[in-house]
Write a protein that binds this ligand. Sequence first.
Ligand code: ADP
Ligand code: MG
Ligand code: ZN
Length: 494
Amino acid sequence: MVKSAPETAGLSPEVLAKYEPVIGLEVHVQLLTDSKIFCGCSTRFGDAPNSNTCPVCLGLPGTLPVLNKRVVEMATRASLALNCEVHEHSRFARKNYFYPDLPKGYQISQYELPLATGGWIEVEHDGAKKRIGITRLHLEEDAAKNLHEGFSESSTKAYIDYNRCGTPLCEIVSEPDMHAPEEAYAYLTTLRQILLYTGVSDCNMEEGSLRCDANVSVRLRGSREFGTKVEVKNLNSFRFLQKALEYEIERHIGVIESGGRISQETRLWNQSANRTDSMRSKEKAHDYRYFPEPDLLPVHVSAAWREEIRGALPELPEAKQQRFVREYGITEYDAEVLTGSQALADYFESVAKAGGSAKSAANWMQTELLRRLNDSGKEIEASPVRPAALAELLKLVESGQITGAVGKKVFASMFETSRSAADIVAAEGLGAQVGADAIEQAARDVIAKNPENVAKFKSGNEGVFKFFVGQVMKTTRGQANPHAVNDILRRLLS
Ligand code: ADP
Ligand code: MG
Ligand code: ZN
């Protein structure tokens, strides 16, 4: 919780606990089409400013928009993955307002007839799963990008890059179903994961392909009525979303407790001051003077096309997670981590298909592989150790040809050099080299020196067996075949 701000200081946990936060998110997602929503201009990020423009997206008089079919297809795919009903007919509307980044003086959006409504996603929070409703998913065009330079009022310059103008967006509006900042965080994480799986967006928050506005209010616990909500914008990271919500919830409670009222407004997250600042009082929806867009036909998604798109949906994270548990016998937790992205899940399945045991694959990926990828800033797609190579290493460990400890060293070397496990083991003489005689000698020594543990084992304490294995591995410097150590100890102890 944010403690530094004066407005929120001094609220006791008892006071905070009297209130229930209510949160709904509006998420804008840039769809991954090559061209813009109403013209053929490129959507590539990072091109020279104003190079990807034409009379249509510059809003020149006399031009006409033409709807990009790929936009409708991608948004339909997203809607279906979010369990929405996709309407056969939807319609574009003009949302009128003036701003330099909006050359037409209106934004083409969808209003009373959105593409899809009534969906939900399942979100995990506090170990429990919960459905968060999705009110609607609608299409719209993005505005241009404003860039400001200079800090004092007299020397500030504003630049406008119209490359982004006309980029396709879908806006996904949630129901006010969330009741904690962590729940909003979990919702956004799950939503992002589904959108990434379906390939409709790269959901890159730094580049603005995923933007989130949070609506938040508080009410006394047990009350059914909603409190007055505030909308917080400028949340360009997951962390800021959570911090801004924590801040706002305490601020609302502070205002109400001191007898004040929350006014409906839009606020901005101020990341350097760790607080929200008022931006403007909330404009009423009718201020936009929405009316049906006369230059575009209604959008038609036939049942046949919709079902074709549904049929091409990939396996989604939740379903994949359940299948991993069922099919590979790994834990729920492991399955959740390994389905974190499609690429990670594919990697895991490739290791298993190449003959590595699924449980070891899950372990090694989550420890050795992910740690090293993380340290070297690489994505799994660029892993120097390919799935088949990891499977080969796992087989060497599982068959006892090398020990687990040696396997980790071999893995490190594979990651550095991309050489195969077998090559490294042979070249560096890492294979289990301790003969059965030497193992037996070491085992006899350990048994002779530890009569009390022998007695414990014989009276049924299976746990001490590990002690014997550990001691033998230690005296053989981790170079013995663990299966052989096990077998020999069992024989000598029985
Ligand atoms: P507006 O017309 O102000 O944009 P909407 O009804 O379209 O409001 O809702 C916008 C978002 O605010 C939705 O995500 C919705 O779930 C959320 N929301 C609505 N009322 C509340 C409330 N009282 N507290 C928190 N969030 C709310
Ligand atoms: Mg709204
Ligand atoms: Zn254009």
